[in-house]
Design a protein around this ligand. Structure first.
Ligand SMILES: [Zn+2]
Ligand SMILES: [Zn+2]
Length: 377
């Protein structure tokens, strides 16, 4: 099949900014030096551009995982132009196709099944989308959003205003405009673009798949460090309407913390979370499939498969009981319905069910580990 034509503007833009950054920034650093004020401004600009994409483009607009105050939307719209990753409308449209058609080598705009280079940057270097480039029919909701459409209409002007204006203002503050244009302008632009591209490439190639093995998306805690928390991509692909990507408190997900802080200030609301029951069920199912596939290769595996199924059913039953009671406890607490003694009896039962589920989970994990180990030897 003939490849679509090269988009020379993109090829030249990506290669020239990259070359300029790797040559000019070290040269200026050696000849003139960068002060700590330069570096603070650089990091602040990295976070502003990066999180306008993760908290704004991705979790607010593409997936609608929460609602934000119009002032916050405007802040992200400017930051998205600063990050130079196309308008929020266009980005969201591509991204919704990516989720709907994930890994389809033709339909997924940055399908990882086409390799690292294609999913990282190659997909933007040729006219792969052709006529469908400006088809935003999957973003009718965003077409009704005033901030999104304002940014879409004035996108190029906003790109120039932010990419020149922000480093220029910071440069005047520090007393070194050229150095700041190099660091907070050029280097920040190149790095923050590639860090986002890593989510399409690295997060679909390297990492673990605890929640689903039906697509290539992976959890990669190391990548989360560079992507403001977007490294937990396996979780994200199965529960895309959750405002979190890293769900445990120790998962590095500053985007989640930002959204939660905005909510505490009254600037964000309706934060969507996936119920624990669905998350735990997905994890158990994925592990079970993995063990089943491994066991199926062994002779006389029927007994082991039956045992696995029994333990799995028991795990789900205990999880269900625990979650049902948890719901009841929350309801009672909210409406203050019961007498004190009834309430404490309910809470005792709740802790018992929690412990029963936890211990079944440990047994379940141990059984899987044992069976998987046996299948290797
Ligand atoms: Zn993805
Ligand atoms: Zn997504």
């Amino acid at each position: 099949m003939k490849k679509p034509p090269i988009i020379w503007t993109n090829v030249l833009f990506f290669s020239l900014t990259f070359l300029a950054a790797v040559i000019l920034v070290p040269w200026y650093g050696i000849t003139h030096g960068f002060s700590s004020a330069h570096w603070i401004a650089f990091v602040a600009c990295m976070f502003y551009a990066g999180m306008s994409i993760t908290a704004g483009y991705h979790r607010l607009w593409a997936h609608k995982t929460y609602d934000a105050h119009p002032a916050i939307e405007a802040f992200f719209a400017l930051g998205g132009a600063f990050a130079l990753q196309n308008s929020a409308l266009h980005w969201s449209s591509d991204h919704r196709i990516h989720h709907g058609q994930v890994d389809d080598p033709v339909k997924d705009p940055y399908a990882a099944t086409n390799g690292f280079w294609y999913s990282h940057i190659g997909w933007m270097l040729r006219d792969y989308q052709g006529d469908s480039y400006s088809d935003y029919s999957n973003c009718r909701d965003l077409q009704r959003n005033k901030v999104v459409m304002w940014q879409h209409r004035h996108y190029m002007k906003l790109v120039l205003a932010t990419n020149i204006g922000i480093p220029l203002a910071l440069g005047l503050m520090v007393g070194d405009v050229f150095g700041m244009l190099l660091l907070a302008g050029l280097l920040r632009l190149v790095l923050s673009q590639h860090f986002t591209f890593f989510i399409n490439s690295v997060a679909h190639i390297w990492g673990s798949r605890p929640y689903t093995e039906k697509n290539t998306a992976r959890d990669n805690g190391f990548l989360a460090l560079f992507t403001y928390g977007e490294g937990y991509h396996n979780f994200h692909h199965i529960f895309a309407s959750d405002y979190r990507n890293g769900i445990r408190w120790f998962h590095y997900d500053p985007t989640k913390w930002l959204i939660r802080s905005l909510a505490a200030l009254g600037l964000a609301r309706k934060l969507k979370r996936t119920p624990v029951e669905r998350i735990e069920k997905a994890k158990a199912e994925t592990l079970m499939n993995k063990t089943q596939i491994r066991l199926a290769k062994l002779p006389l595996a029927q007994d082991k498969l039956t045992l696995l199924q029994q333990e799995y059913d028991l795990l789900l039953k205990k999880l269900q009981h625990f979650c049902a009671l948890k719901k009841q406890v929350l309801e009672v607490k909210k409406n203050n319905m019961l007498q004190q003694c009834e309430k404490s009896a309910l809470i005792t039962q709740y802790h018992e069910l929690e412990a029963a589920w936890e211990s079944q989970k440990q047994a379940w994990l141990a059984l899987n580990a044992r069976l998987l180990k046996a299948s290797f030897s």
